[in-house]
Design a binder for this molecule. Structure first.
Ligand code: AP5
Ligand code: MG
Ligand code: ZN
Length: 219
């Protein structure tokens, strides 16, 4: 099963992607996580991407598209994958479609996680992330059992550079201008289903799993 998680910054793509990856035993592919790993290890891709990420802008399509095309051809994606943070604009969606078609594959579900703007800002400003496994926490809504330590893997958790007020505003604007049109794009293809992103993490996961298992989408 090939799944896309859509949603504004802070909607819970990373959080839900992790649960769904465990449930369906398919990898979660977060372009943001791959880019941040490149920034950390100072690869040439990472150095280039950082300029855009620090401003809250999208990294150029050619960089991101190549990264995803490489990733989905790896062996662990044979039974499917969960895309978190990709595609981010119509061009990326079109390239993805063509790449998958070339491999005899397709997207099965596009799940949009709906959260209002005020709540997005609250979530992003309190978020902490695991350096190693990328698990997302929140200082108030979803704190780790031990302060500063990831529940899943025991590594250090930190605040992302782009979770500052100005950058959050820029990211939300980019979402509205570039990513929001994908809702109409996938609705027209009869692949899109939205879920209410307010509620407990497990409730939201259950709603998504129900949509996928009951085949309420176009499969
Ligand atoms: P990316 O890493 O994808 O960031 P994003 O889209 O801004 O989304 P986030 O990761 O901020 O939010 P999320 O939806 O994953 O929420 P989370 O689960 O963490 O991209 C970063 C940058 O990389 C971009 O700005 C761009 O520069 C570049 N980039 C990435 N992909 C690209 C692409 N395809 N093309 C071009 N550039 C690209 O949850 C948020 C918080 O809320 C957490 O604290 C969490 O604990 C909490 N939370 C989650 N669920 C709940 C709940 N139900 N109730 C209460 N709190 C909750
Ligand atoms: Mg994320
Ligand atoms: Zn971890």
């Amino acid at each position: 099963m090939n799944l896309i998680l859509l949603g504004a910054p802070g909607a819970g793509k990373g959080t839900q992607g992790k649960n769904l990856s465990e449930k369906f035993r398919i990898p979660q592919i977060s372009t943001g996580d791959i880019l941040r790993a490149n920034v950390r290890s100072k690869t040439s891709l990472g150095l280039k991407a950082k300029e855009y990420m620090d401003k809250g802008a999208l990294v150029p399509d050619d960089i991101v598209v190549g990264m995803v095309s490489d990733r989905i051809t790896q062996e662990d994606c044979t039974n499917g994958f969960i895309l978190d943070g990709f595609p981010r604009n119509i061009n990326q969606a079109e390239v993805l479609k063509n790449t998958l078609e070339g491999m005899g594959m397709k997207i099965d579900h596009v799940i949009g996680i709906d959260v209002e703007r005020k709540e997005l800002v609250r979530r992003l400003s309190g978020r902490r992330v695991c350096r190693k496994c990328g698990a997302s926490y929140h200082v108030i809504f979803n704190p780790p059992v031990n302060i500063g330590i990831c529940d899943s893997c025991g590594s250090e958790i930190y605040q992302r550079d782009d979770d500052k007020e100005d950058t959050i505003e820029a990211r939300l604007k980019v979402y509205e201008q570039e990513t929001f049109p994908l809702i109409e794009y996938y609705t027209k293809k009869d692949l899109y289903r939205s879920v209410n992103g307010i509620g407990t993490v497990d409730q939201i996961t259950k709603t998504i799993v129900d949509i996928i298992e009951k085949g309420n989408s176009n499969t």
